[in-house]
Design a protein around this ligand. Structure first.
Ligand SMILES: C[S@@+](CC[C@H](N)C(=O)[O-])C[C@H]1O[C@@H](n2cnc3c(N)ncnc32)[C@H](O)[C@@H]1O
Length: 387
């Protein structure tokens, strides 16, 4: 295959993608429509376009073929035609560590500024170590499983048989290479949930008691609810979301996990929900809020290129409005667990300050769960008690 051929395919994809939908969904449709592309063409085109976006806005003034080569060099451990053709001096270093490769790139291109990889750096939560966070974009995150108690050995045995390297992180978490085809390998999905490592860690903020009444008010397909049930199977749970479709997925997941006792409601938390909820009082509310998702952009690097900063304000306002609407259904002395998968202070610490200033809530603890050291997402979690 010639480099011109690969570049033409990359160019066509880049020019027809505008960031308005997730890249993986766009590529799925694009490849379906372009049947002339063989599997090797598709593999190379996917690798190039993903790596290209992992560079964010670094070297933005350079020729974009050169940017592609730099991105592919930084993000890959194997050579490619673009590296050979446009960075011949660096090609023998492709297997080096990201740190070594970065320093080579900076020697060759003094205008390369690492912070341009994540151009919204001024909005980052203070706790985030800038350098480590930026370079994490050059590595694809892992796929994480939360494994049911007592099932770890069986699961790792099956994975080993299939030749899949899985790293055990504690008693209930497995890290697998991204792209592992789980449905082919682990047919019985009852024994595990796909859930990012940092998302699993938010569970330590829940602390439910038996017979507590909890509300997962932005439940989507139920990731946090399943975690809550794992921690305390005797909670009485209400799940809600504005999207009915997500709650249907939740029903399927709950059914698979053997969970039958819970209530489900479609609720828009920007509206007055008293007609539905006036008699409810909860011992705990999980608010896994709609957010920029900036802590998960290692999985969707196209956002580094297409996200626009004005959306941060939009999310921050949405988060405050939703919190204000749910807190009235919380019992005094009980926790609101506020979660985002964002790295922006306007969606994290600043929302927590606003909640304390404007609502009867007091901060117990909060944490940025840093996934970038573990090939995982970065999340924020705060536990506030109602006064
Ligand atoms: C971060 S996701 C929740 C993820 C989920 N808790 C999990 O662990 O998989 C945020 C959810 O908030 C919901 N949402 C957004 N705006 C809402 C609103 N006005 N009222 C209720 N839910 C809303 C979205 O539909 C989305 O499912």
């Amino acid at each position: 295959m010639k480099v011109e051929h690969q570049l033409k395919a990359f160019d066509q994809i880049f020019k027809s993608y505008d960031g308005s939908q997730p890249l993986h969904r766009f590529l799925f449709v694009y490849f379906k429509r372009n049947k002339q592309m063989g599997s090797s063409d598709r593999r190379w085109a996917s690798r190039y376009i993903y790596n290209f976006f992992r560079l964010g806005k670094a070297l933005i003034k350079a020729d974009y073929t050169l940017r592609l080569a730099v991105a592919d060099f930084l993000c890959s451990q194997t050579g490619s035609l673009v590296i050979e053709s446009f960075l011949p001096a660096l090609k023998e270093h492709v297997e080096s560590s990201v740190t070594e490769k970065l320093s080579l790139v900076q020697q060759h291109f003094p205008e390369f500024d690492l912070k341009d990889v994540f151009s919204f750096y001024e909005n980052l939560s203070e706790a985030i170590e800038r350098h480590d966070f930026y370079i994490s974009f050059f590595t694809q995150p892992d796929l994480f499983l939360r494994v049911n108690a007592g099932e770890m050995q069986k699961l790792t045995g099956i994975l080993k048989q299939e030749g899949i390297t899985a790293e055990e992180l504690g008693d209930t978490t497995l890290a697998l290479p991204n792209g592992t085809k789980l449905d082919r390998v682990l047919a019985n999905s009852k024994n595990y949930q796909v859930q990012d490592l940092s998302s699993q860690k938010t569970g330590t903020f829940f602390q439910p008691q038996p017979w507590d009444k909890w509300w997962d008010c932005c439940a989507a397909s139920g990731g946090k609810s399943l975690l809550l049930f794992d921690l305390e199977p005797k909670v009485e749970l209400l799940v809600s979301d504005v999207r009915e479709g997500s709650l249907q997925n939740l029903e399927e997941r709950f059914q698979e996990a053997g969970l039958k006792k819970y209530q489900k409601k479609v609720l828009d938390l920007l509206q007055n929900n008293d007609p539905d909820l006036h008699h409810y009082e909860f011992d705990g509310i999980i608010l896994d809020a709609p957010c920029s998702g900036s802590g998960t952009w290692g999985r969707t690097p196209e956002m580094l290129y297409y996200f626009s900063a004005h959306k941060i304000d939009y999310f921050s306002r949405l988060q405050k409005s939703i919190a204000a609407n749910v807190v009235k259904y919380l019992k005094e002395g009980k926790p609101l667990v506020y979660i985002t998968c964002s790295v922006f202070k306007q969606e994290n610490e600043e929302v927590v300050s606003w909640l304390q200033e404007n609502l009867p809530l007091k901060l117990e603890k909060m944490e940025v769960i840093k996934g970038y050291h573990n090939k995982a997402d970065t999340m924020f979690v705060a536990r506030l008690t109602k006064l």
